[in-house]
Structure formats: structure tokens, C-alpha cells
Write a protein that binds this ligand. Structure first.
Ligand code: FAD
Ligand code: SF4
Length: 468
């Protein structure tokens, strides 16, 4: 008899949307066993080909079925350093679950019947944390000869540092912010990724001997050449894509219009989510409009709604997106969660401009309705504006979440570092080495906005090349 997928337990929408505590509660052991037992143990498993780092999914699921959670953990750790984090944030519906044989052919994302690989990964990752399972450092002869500087402490930098430190290599991470983790710290809110998980992984690296120097901008305080002359033998750049894109429409400079980076940084890194314990300066409107359709837009909307509730302000949070829900790049789970929590969606709507009051604060957003046209270069159907369909919405706070780009702080002072037209660093994909010898790069600074697991995959390639 066909077994039905085991649903993950979640907090009730009305309860969870008034705080920043984790929403998804994870599988119990019984639930994980039930879900794992649905796996067909395919002869040629497609799931692993959908995983950007090629985890042996069939093998770790088989280990769960045998209740050998330790072996399941180490199977995942062969390819993925942060299973608890990836089990929470990976867009599995576009990756391993989409490739699972139980997904209907031609579906734009995983079918419901596909094995919940990410929830099983989270179960195993959390088991590893609770039982303090670790991959210990090995010390090889060449380790003493290498000293690596990692620039940026996002998933790419952390992963590269871990790979090298485990081989006994001295690694120093330079991070421009006062806390480490990159987007995992300042972007993804704690209701999706609790901070104790991130802290656990960072502590593990520090215990391996990785030194983290915060508040240190490479390109301003020191150049890459200076790092080399101080004795670093190799450098890894995990700079991310931290510069927000804007709409370029009238009124975008009005007060209370935030870039998604600033909005989420104030909430996550500057602790506005801990209100009333922290009184971080951040405005919260009654009519909040978020523009965009990716994870950043979902995070901004769900955080805005929580702040409204925490501060007792009548709420009305709307996402406007110029295509339809099917084309939204955000994780399906986040879209569902946002809807359940009360975020409204206006699809096929494009912003035209903002207007404000005499004091310069935004009050209205002017929009145009669209229809879907032919697919564009991304393969997604293009939004075509419908003439004469303009309308206005109340808007006393807006967040622009339409994309992120490379920052040029380091690349602009390092002409030897080849970049492309988007200012992303150009690498040899086989080694992740840049145009500068012994300088490697990975994550969002290569190829633009991606995912946590893709950033880690690139970091692993670079670490291997550094060790070669
Ligand atoms: P980052 O995480 O951006 O880290 C780069 C770090 O480098 C930063 O800490 C920065 O301060 C530091 N830095 C930059 N320049 C310098 C310098 N010159 N000197 C010193 N330090 C420097 N992906 C998913 O897989 N699932 C999700 O659910 C998801 N949600 C997301 C939500 C948001 C709000 C955002 C913004 C992104 C999300 N992503 C998600 C994408 C994912 O977070 C990124 O692909 C990933 O973080 C990229 O990792 P990275 O290490 O390349 O860069
Ligand atoms: Fe199991 Fe799906 Fe992978 Fe087959 S493709 S082994 S059913 S997870």
C-alpha cells in the first residue's frame, strides 16, 4: 500500500506570527522512521543528482531506517558540513526532492509525494548536534606549510574554513560585520534558522582552531597583497552579494522605503526582533508593501508582520510580484507560511512609483497590472504590462526585495582580480581559482545570488584545490 508523506509539525500561524521563534518543529524519531520507510531505495537514485553537493541520499535514508543515525549523520557530513542548517533552509523542492522519482515528470517543483529529504536531513543533523558528533581534525605534514585567509564568514567562508582546518591548516576569517555567519546571521530570520544552530557550527570551527576577526574589511583595512606579504599562502573570497538592487522609479528615495538588506539587517543583526528587550531604530508601518518574489521578499514580509504584531500596530502586509505564484523563486514552504500568517499577495503587479506627504514619508504606491507573455532568457514567462490598468495602494512602509548584487569594495581596489559585467569574480570552475594566483572565490560573489548549499559546494571545490 502506498504510504502517505509524513507532514512536519509546525506552530499554529496565529501563535507563531507574533514572535520570532522557530516555526517548523521537525520530525520526531517515529515520524522520521515513517518518512524514511517511504523511500524506494531506487537502483539509480535521481535524488543525489539534484543535490548541488551530491549527498548520498539513498544511503543516509537507509541508515535512518536501520536506526543507525550516527552513520546517517556521517554519510551526510561526507558532502555537507551543515546538515541542521541545510535541512532548514535548502530549497529542496527545486533540488533533491524535485529530482526524486516520486515527483511527477515535468513538475516545476517537487510533488508532495516526493520524499521529504530535507526534513530527514534536519532530523539527522539535529541528532548529530544533540549527540555532539564531530569530524575531528587530522594533522598532515603539509598542513604546517599552509596558512589561509578567508574573507567573509557566510556559508562559503565558513565551509572553506572548516574543510581546511580539519586538515590541520591555520585559517583566519576576516569579516566586515561585528558578527559572523553572513546572510545566515543578518538575512535569514531566526524563525527559519534559530541562532543557536549557527552559533554551534561557528563554535565548532573555532574549536578546530579557526580564528575569526570581526569588523575587518579587506580592501579597506588591508589589501590581498598585504595578506600575502604577512605570510598567508592562499586566500579564499566568500564576499557574498550584499548590494541591494533598486527599482529606479519615482519617489523611491522617500522616507520609510527600505532596501531588503537594511530592513532585515536591522531586524536580525541589530536585534529588532528582540523587541521590547531591544529598541533598535526601525519603522513599522500600518500598510507595508514588499516588492519581490524571492526568499528575501518572504523573509521581509513575515518579519514585518511579526514586528507589527509585537508593536501592536494594525497590520496589513502585502507582497507585490510582477509574475504569478508559479514563477516565484521563493521556497514553496515560505510562500505557504507567509499566506497562513496573513501576508497578502498581489500577483501580476508592477510598481510604477511612490508618493509621499509633505514631510517626505511614503504614503502611496502606484502600480500597473500585468499579464504573462512569452518566456524570457530565464525561461520564466515575461510579465507584460496592461495599458491603462494603473491603480494606487496605501503604503506607509515599503521594502524593495528585487535582488542583490556583488559589492565592489575589494574588487575595485584589486585590478588583478578579473570580474564580469555584474562585478562577480571570475573563476576557473574546476578549482575556483581567480585570475590572481592562489586567490580562490566561491558563493554568491561567483555567479550572483544562489543558495546556501551552492555556496558551500563551491567552497569545497576551492578547499580541495588549495590542499592539492
Ligand atoms: P554571504 O552569506 O553573503 O556572506 C558574505 C560575508 O562576507 C558577509 O558576512 C559579508 O559581511 C562579508 N564580506 C563581504 N565583503 C567583505 C570584505 N571586503 N571584507 C570582509 N568581509 C566581507 N539560500 C538558501 O539556500 N535558502 C534560503 O532559504 C535562503 N534565504 C535567503 C534569505 C535572504 C534574506 C537572503 C539575502 C538570501 C537567502 N538565501 C537563501 C541565499 C543564501 O543565503 C546565499 O546564497 C548565501 O548566504 C551565500 O553565501 P556566501 O558565503 O557567498 O555569502
Ligand atoms: Fe528515495 Fe526518491 Fe532518492 Fe528514490 S529518488 S532513493 S525514492 S529519495
Amino acid at each position: 500500500m502506498k504510504k502517505e508523506p509524513i507532514k512536519i509539525k509546525e506552530k499554529e500561524a496565529s501563535e507563531r506570527s507574533a514572535n520570532f521563534e522557530e516555526v517548523v518543529l521537525g520530525y520526531s524519531e517515529e515520524e522520521a522512521l515513517e518518512e524514511a520507510s517511504r523511500c524506494l531505495q531506487c537502483k539509480n537514485p535521481a535524488c543525489s543528482s539534484g543535490c548541488p553537493v551530491g549527498i548520498d541520499i539513498k544511503k543516509f535514508i537507509a541508515a535512518i531506517v536501520r536506526k543507525d543515525y550516527k552513520s546517517a549523520y556521517f554519510t551526510i557530513r561526507e558532502k555537507n558540513d551543515f546538515p541542521s542548517m541545510c535541512g532548514r533552509v535548502c530549497p529542496a523542492e527545486y533540488q533533491c526532492r524535485k529530482a526524486c522519482v516520486l515527483t511527477k515528470k515535468g513538475s516545476p517543483f517537487a510533488s508532495e509525494q516526493a520524499i521529504n529529504i530535507h526534513f530527514l536531513e534536519r532530523f539527522v543533523g539535529d541528532y548529530g548536534m544533540k549527540n555532539n558528533l564531530k569530524i575531528l581534525a587530522s594533522s598532515e605534514e603539509k598542513s604546517a606549510k599552509l596558512k589561509v585567509a578567508v574573507v567573509g564568514s557566510g556559508p562559503a567562508g565558513l565551509c572553506c574554513a572548516g574543510e581546511l582546518a580539519r586538515k590541520g591548516i591555520k585559517v583566519v576569517i576576516f569579516e566586515s560585520l561585528h558578527q559572523s555567519g553572513g546572510v545566515l546571521r543578518y538575512g535569514i530570520p531566526p524563525f527559519r534558522l534559530p541562532r543557536d544552530i549557527l552559533d554551534y557550527e561557528i563554535n565548532y570551527l573555532q574549536n578546530l582552531g579557526v580564528e575569526i576577526i570581526p569588523n575587518y574589511i579587506i580592501g579597506k583595512i588591508k589589501t590581498l597583497d598585504e595578506l600575502f606579504s604577512e605570510g598567508f599562502t592562499h586566500i579564499f573570497l566568500g564576499l557574498g552579494a550584499g548590494v541591494p538592487a533598486f527599482l529606479g522609479v519615482e519617489g523611491e528615495n522617500l522616507c520609510n522605503i527600505y532596501s531588503v538588506n537594511e530592513f532585515l539587517t536591522r531586524i536580525n543583526l541589530m536585534s529588532a526582533y528582540k523587541f521590547p528587550e531591544f529598541h533598535t531604530p526601525i519603522n513599522v508601518g500600518r500598510h507595508i508593501v514588499i516588492i519581490g518574489g524571492g526568499n528575501t521578499a518572504m523573509d521581509a514580509a513575515r518579519s514585518a508582520l511579526r514586528l507589527q504584531k509585537l508593536k501592536g500596530i494594525l497590520h496589513d502586509t502585502t507582497i507585490i510580484y510582477r509574475r504569478t505564484e508559479v514563477e516565484m523563486p521563493a521556497r514553496r514552504l515560505e510562500i505557504e507560511h507567509a499566506k497562513e500568517e496573513g501576508v497578502k499577495f498581489e500577483f501580476l503587479v508592477q510598481p510604477l512609483g511612490f508618493s509621499g506627504n509633505e514631510e517626505g514619508f511614503v504614503k502611496k504606491i502606484r502600480c500597473l497590472r500585468c499579464r504573462l507573455g512569452e518566456p524570457d532568457s530565464s525561461g520564466r514567462r515575461r510579465p507584460v504590462p496592461i495599458e491603462g490598468s494603473d491603480f494606487e495602494m496605501d503604503c506607509d512602509l515599503a521594502v524593495i526585495a528585487i535582488g542583490l548584487q556583488a559589492n565592489q569594495v575589494l574588487t575595485s581596489v584589486t585590478p588583478q582580480l578579473k570580474t564580469d559585467k555584474y562585478f562577480d569574480v571570475v573563476v576557473d570552475p574546476k578549482t575556483m581559482e581567480t585570475s590572481m594566483a592562489r586567490v580562490f572565490a566561491g558563493g554568491d560573489i561567483v555567479g550572483g545570488e544562489g543558495t546556501v548549499i551552492e555556496a558551500m559546494g563551491m567552497a569545497k571545490i576551492a578547499a580541495k584545490a588549495i590542499l592539492a
